[in-house]
Design a protein around this ligand. Structure first.
Ligand SMILES: Nc1ncnc2c1ncn2[C@@H]1O[C@H](COP(=O)(O)OP(=O)(O)O)[C@@H](O)[C@H]1O
Ligand SMILES: [Mg+2]
Length: 271
């Protein structure tokens, strides 16, 4: 992969929200809390491809979309658009960039007609869809997803497609990034990731989706408990306390996202 193939890349992208609490908690001497909505994520999107960003509600998907369009400013990290430092763009240059990068929010009206939304902007290159079909009836979703793909071919668009619904992500994505509580836990080509998920969280997500082909063994893995909180999370892996593979190191050190071959990356100490 050359730099020219990469349309967007983010490195160490971070957004922490400081929660100040109310006057009573202040009087009680309670410390301010930090909500780590996005906590040091890396990903890239190549020209013409669709990267699907998937994870349960509250894991930081929309915050990521807002950061890469600079609707909000990051706490730390880098965003590079076509080789340029997006975070250093002046107001005027950012205005120009917004014509190249378009955000399609979850909105049944605009997403019912992505052609209209996409064509409305002068020459979009990168379209960021934040749950664009989530509000739609399942029977219409596939048609709209197909329309997104037709438009992509017709106009050579690149997509960052965000959804909590795995079947939507599977339908549209070339590559997938799986998020859990502010971190990316696994990325890879969609087919490989869905056929053989490697991270325990990805396995659990897939196990929750009914297998369309009954002859295929479903990946069985269930996690204990509820989704962890992003407020003042302890060091170590976010899946601690829920993961069947957990070992001593997991509570101490957050596993980095590492290459495991075939274009796949996984953040787990115990693969
Ligand atoms: N402006 C904000 N102030 C404080 N917390 C926020 C703010 N925006 C988002 N969050 C929190 O950040 C986390 C990630 O939210 P979000 O990015 O919307 O997740 P998703 O889109 O994956 O559902 C959630 O815990 C959410 O409550
Ligand atoms: Mg969201």
């Amino acid at each position: 992969m050359t730099a020219a193939d990469t349309l967007l890349s983010v490195k160490g992208l971070t957004k922490h929200f400081t929660l100040h609490g109310d006057i009573y908690s202040k009087l009680a001497g309670e410390k301010t809390q930090v909500l780590k909505a996005v906590d040091g994520i890396d990903f890239h999107i190549r020209r013409g491809e669709t990267l699907g960003l998937v994870g349960e509600s509250g894991c930081g998907k929309s915050t990521t979309a807002r950061l890469v369009t600079r609707l909000i400013e990051p706490t730390a990290g880098e965003v590079t658009l076509k080789g340029e430092d997006l975070l250093a763009f002046s107001r005027g240059r950012m205005k120009e960039a917004r014509k190249e990068v378009q955000l399609v929010f979850q909105d049944p009206y605009s997403s019912l007609n992505p052609r209209k939304t996409i064509m409305h902007i002068l020459d979009p290159e990168l379209v960021i869809g934040d749950e664009p079909v989530s509000a739609l009836d399942v029977s219409i979703q596939a048609q709209i997803l197909n329309l997104f793909r037709e438009l992509q071919k017709e106009f050579g668009l690149t997509y960052l497609f965000i959804a909590h619904d795995l079947s939507v992500i599977r339908h549209i994505s070339d590559r997938v990034a799986v998020m859990y509580v502010g971190k990316i836990v696994e990325t890879g080509p969609a087919a490989a990731l869905f056929d053989e998920p490697l991270h325990p969280y990805t396995k659990a997500l897939l196990a929750a989706v009914p297998e369309a082909d009954p002859t295929k063994p479903a990946p069985r893995l269930t996690l204990q408990g509820e989704v962890s909180t992003p407020i003042d999370p302890p060091p170590g892996c976010r899946l601690c306390g829920r993961c069947p593979r957990e070992s001593a190191v997991c509570a101490e050190i957050a596993p980095p996202l590492v290459d495991v071959g075939d274009g796949r990356q996984v953040a787990c100490h115990n693969l």
